[in-house]
Design a protein around this ligand. Structure first.
Ligand code: ZN
Ligand code: ZN
Length: 339
């Protein structure tokens, strides 16, 4: 069975948001500031503890295994669930699978699913324009401006105010009872993601030390790695790398982020073809998230899987001078629309 090539990018696009100038600004409250800081710093402290423990007694295969498994579960929740399925509707699946992917993504401790999807749709609407919530390119001139831009794109954006009606980007998710539940229980999913490796570690080793070690490696260290892999897509993949496709922004393909972020680092491909369920468009561009979606399709758990057609690819591919083909015809221009 071959993957479906669907050119009907207009059949189920995420809803078009209202113009931004109708919104006010929602200031960052002290509570948000504290929550974000704890969410960002606690995993860093976990890494510090892990290094200290590793120095003294090494790290067990059990801890390493839990770190890898929990990384894959939570990050695929982000890349497949939050991003390709819920933000861009790159494929269709059952309600149960949508919920499971939303729960897995929530365990990454990045953001509640509503905030993540709304923010990311906003990023695509304004990619690398001044209104982009996390472009690295608007933080002033020179080296200082560059450093500020990198920091802003990577993590500083979390401390910037949102538009008051940010959720106008996600009426589709707000209508869904299962998505409302997944969003509402965000803190519970985080706790679950931290508890699972601790419980497994404790049960397998029959010790409190094993539980603590599982919590550190499968919980905090895993969250830290996921955070920075995801944020590298915002920072590194709008600065360093190749730009084989016209995407109306400065997004890039970056091999290291492509691997670490499970396929999300082929970010220029993604901005050129946002609804494509596959980001690694060349055979050598490793995209684990795509392989999982393809597997879901094979067993009947994914359908209407969207991929750019050969004509769409050709119409946006840059030549050596950076120009795109002029032979494009038909409705190909819609393939690169923000949503
Ligand atoms: Zn981007
Ligand atoms: Zn996207």
């Amino acid at each position: 069975m071959s993957s479906t090539v669907i050119n009907d990018h207009a059949t189920s696009p995420p809803p078009a948001p209202e113009p931004d100038n109708t919104t006010g600004i929602k200031p960052v409250t002290l509570g948000t500031y504290i929550r974000n800081t704890v969410g960002i710093v606690a995993p860093m402290i976990g890494v510090g503890v892990a290094i200290y423990l590793f120095w003294g007694q090494g790290c067990s295969w059990l801890d390493l295994g839990m770190m890898v498994v929990m990384y894959l579960v939570s990050m695929l929740g982000v890349t497949i669930g939050f991003h390709r399925l819920l933000t861009h509707r790159g494929f269709e699946t059952t309600n149960t699978m949508r919920f499971i992917w939303a729960v897995c993504g929530s365990m990454s401790m990045e953001a509640p699913v509503f905030n993540w999807v709304a923010m990311h749709r906003r990023h695509h609407q304004y990619s690398d324009a001044v209104e982009d919530p996390h472009s690295p390119h608007h933080s002033g001139p020179g080296f200082i401006g560059w450093c500020k831009g990198f920091f802003r794109a990577h993590v500083g954006w979390a401390y910037e105010p949102d538009p008051a009606n940010l959720f106008r980007y996600i009426p589709d998710l707000q209508k869904s009872p299962s998505m409302r539940l997944a969003n509402k229980l965000f803190v519970f999913w985080i706790a679950l993601g931290l508890a699972i490796p601790a419980i497994v570690g404790g049960l397998v080793t029959q010790s409190w030390e094993g539980a603590l070690s599982g919590f550190i490696w499968g919980g905090l260290v895993r969250v830290f790695l996921g955070h920075h892999a995801t944020w590298s897509v915002n920072s590194i993949c709008h600065i360093w790398g190749s730009r084989p496709y016209e995407s109306n922004d400065l997004s890039t393909n970056n091999l290291a982020v492509g691997i670490a972020a499970l396929g999300e680092g082929w970010h220029n491909n993604h901005h050129a073809f946002p609804t494509s369920a596959r980001h690694g468009l060349e055979w050598w561009q490793f995209d684990l998230s795509w392989l999982v979606i393809r597997g879901m399709e094979v067993v009947g758990l994914a359908w209407k899987v969207k991929l750019p057609s050969a004509n769409e690819l050709a119409s946006k591919r840059r030549n050596k001078n950076g120009a795109t083909s002029e032979t494009a015809t038909g409705d190909q221009s819609t393939a690169g629309a923000a949503h």
